[in-house]
Design a protein around this ligand. Structure first.
Ligand code: ADP
Ligand code: TZD
Ligand code: MG
Length: 596
């Protein structure tokens, strides 16, 4: 019974008409269209041309037929990586990224990325095949049985199931609208095996499909909210602007730049907002972050939440006396979510609307004679920043042996400066924190990283999606631990011959490679095989592997990778003593009374 049930959809697909596309041939008899084709047609009708997934029952033929219908189908080695690829494709393109998986275990592998998309406000749709409803609901033990809809709901912005072929159009339309409208997020779409094999009259079927009109409608901010925000900003003596990845997502780049420049206010880009204005911009205050946050009196958040990454808007980072103390800043928050304000501290002037409309309204309201902030504040910020930049330049100029994070990243910094269109993927702890502060970005949406959760494993999936959606060179700076979470996808990178250059900051472990097991029995939990030859992994699949022990070896290997656009993995040997515990967020480790 189970055997028959599980084979049904694939068998049905094999028997289905080999003609591809609906309504494309003019035979006299009535044409039929099946669930597979309706799903493909519905996606294509909405301009979705790429699927990131992993085949198997019941979606194997969906992947084949999508490809035969002209869609790009990128097949991964693990669904989690396909999911991360889909999530970042959503961020980069403003179209929901599609991840396609099999039932239960494949679905669960993709679920992490769905949650990641929701948490990071990226539009994504996880489409998973599922087993027979009757058997699942009676818990009779079907092949890969799971109530996937129920499991997905808590981590998805929305979750839907389609049971009948003539509902495919509505299902896909609702998923697209839910992913893109308002605050973007991850949507789950459950497609039971039996749906794919259902056939209905082709003409009737095609009429059920929906081309979604205006899936991310403008949301114009209230004029009084804009005035309130500008009044507060105008009154500020020490204002700061914080740009977040919501601002980067919105693709309102020139208006955002105009707003910042017209205001004359120092700004801090959050990690994925780097490059929205070039990091070398004179108003960029990144190098004076620990001065401007506690010093500011008014802070304008543009597409950034006051979550842990901004120390919840209070505590010592903001000049408060203890962890819970407010620093006394007043906040303006520009965000599409009407519920975001007051999540952590009082927001004095929420401006709710889509980024493009909000920024345009703020710009218009500023008028022609906007006064820049007091010179005292600007020169204090400038002094602090220039001092820190000079200190950093000294550190970067050193050439220690063995190579450390700074001397290696000094090379990456030069390479990105020379190739500002390249996309930088970044994950790890020290490998993340040092890269973020050392490598300047020059253009919007060129830096993609661990995001809101500080998640390891996004690396190779992000590389695939960045290369596929933009056609640009991709450079991934990866901690050796971080790389391990998605390392097998170097095969995927080679298979599709993508211009990806992976640089592993190999310090022999998580944070550093020097820990030992005090009992002497095993390796310490944070260390790996010493001097591992990660570059051979890339060579195994026909890519280029390079071992780099010095900055000059790293530089020539990166230059060659960019020149050739060949899949390349550079194993950069970093001093195993160089990192610090948890990188910059050591303080989040629960402090044990006694060290183990
Ligand atoms: P970061 O991590 O860079 O600080 P967050 O992910 O915390 O950024 O915040 C992004 C914010 O941007 C979210 O609160 C989200 O609601 C908002 N946002 C996303 N897209 C838009 C948009 N198109 N218009 C306005 N706000 C948006
Ligand atoms: N698992 C997941 C999914 N996400 C995580 N963030 C972690 C575990 C914990 N973790 C970090 O926060 S950073 C990190 C882990 C395992 C790896 C750090 O080691 P690395 O980087 O080699 O990638 P550095 O340069 O050695 O610090
Ligand atoms: Mg490491």
């Amino acid at each position: 019974m189970t055997d028959t049930a599980t084979k049904t959809p694939e068998r049905a697909a094999a028997e289905a008409t080999p003609k591809i596309g609906s309504g494309s041939d003019a035979q006299a008899q009535p044409q039929e269209i099946d669930g597979f084709q309706l799903v493909i047609d519905a996606l294509k009708l909405n301009g979705i041309d790429t699927i990131y997934g992993l085949p198997g029952i019941p979606i194997t033929d969906l992947t084949r037929r999508a490809q035969a219908n002209g869609m790009r189908v990128l097949a991964f080695r693990h669904e989690q990586n396909a999911g991360y690829a889909a999530s970042i494709a959503g961020f980069l393109t403003q179209k929901p990224g599609i991840c396609l998986t099999v039932s239960a275990p494949g679905f669960l592998n993709g679920l992490n990325a769905l949650a990641h998309a929701t948490v990071n406000c990226f539009p994504m749709i996880l489409i998973s095949g599922s087993s027979e409803r009757e058997i699942v609901d009676l818990q009779q033990g079907d092949y890969e049985e799971m109530d996937q809809l129920a499991v997905a709901k808590p981590v998805a912005k929305a979750a839907y199931r389609v049971l009948h072929a003539d509902d495919v159009g509505v299902g896909i339309a609702r998923a697209i609208r839910a992913a893109l409208s308002g605050r973007p997020g991850g949507v789950y779409l459950d497609l039971p095996a039996r749906l794919f094999a259902q056939s209905i009259d082709a003409e009737t079927g095609s009429k059920t499909l929906i081309k979604v009109v205006d899936p991310a409608p403008r949301q114009i901010p209230a004029p009084e909210a804009v005035t309130r925000a500008l009044d507060l900003l105008r009154s500020a003596k020490r204002p700061v602007i914080v740009l977040g990845k919501g601002a980067a997502y919105a693709q309102a780049d020139s208006d955002i730049r105009a707003l910042v420049e017209k205001s004359g206010i120092p700004y801090l880009p959050m990690s994925m907002a780097k490059g929205l204005l070039p990091d070398t911009h004179e108003q960029c205050a990144s190098a004076a972050r620990s001065f401007v946050l506690p010093g500011a009196d008014v802070v304008m958040l543009i597409g950034a939440r006051l979550n842990w990454l901004l120390s919840h808007g209070k505590g010592k980072t903001w000049g408060g006396k203890s962890a819970k103390d407010w620093g006394g800043q007043k906040f303006i928050q520009v965000d599409i979510s009407p519920q975001e304000a007051d999540s952590n501290v009082r927001i004095d002037a929420p401006v709710v609307g889509d980024m493009r409309s909000c920024v345009a309204a703020l710009l218009a309201g500023m008028g022609a004679n906007w006064a820049k902030p007091p010179g005292e504040w600007l020169s204090a910020v400038g002094e602090k920043k220039n001092g820190n930049i000079a200190k950093m330049a000294e550190t970067l100029a050193k050439n220690p042996s063995p190579m450390n994070f700074h001397s290696a990243l000094n090379v990456v910094r030069d390479i990105i400066k020379a190739n500002p269109d390249a996309i930088l993927v970044n994950e790890g702890a020290n490998a993340l924190d040092f890269t973020r502060s050392i490598v300047d970005m020059y253009k919007p949406r060129k830096r993609i990283d661990v995001g809101t959760w500080g998640i390891m494993g996004v690396g190779m999936g992000y590389c695939v999606a960045a290369a596929v959606t933009t056609g640009q060179q991709v450079i991934a700076v990866e901690g050796d631990s971080a790389f391990g979470f998605s390392g097998m996808e170097v095969e995927t990178i080679c298979r599709y011959n993508l211009p990806v250059c992976v640089v592993i900051m190999n310090n022999n472990g998580v944070y550093k490679g020097t820990d030992v097991d005090p009992t002497g029995r095993d390796p310490a939990p944070t260390v790996f095989v010493k001097s591992a030859r990660y570059e051979k992994l890339m060579e195994a699949f026909g890519g280029v592997g390079v071992m780099a022990a010095t900055p000059s070896e790293l530089r020539s290997a990166m230059e060659e990778a960019i020149r050739s656009r060949k899949p390349t993995l550079i194993n950069a040997a970093i001093d195993e003593r160089a990192g610090t515990e948890s990188g910059r967020i050591t303080s989040l480790n629960p402090a044990a009374k006694k060290k183990p």
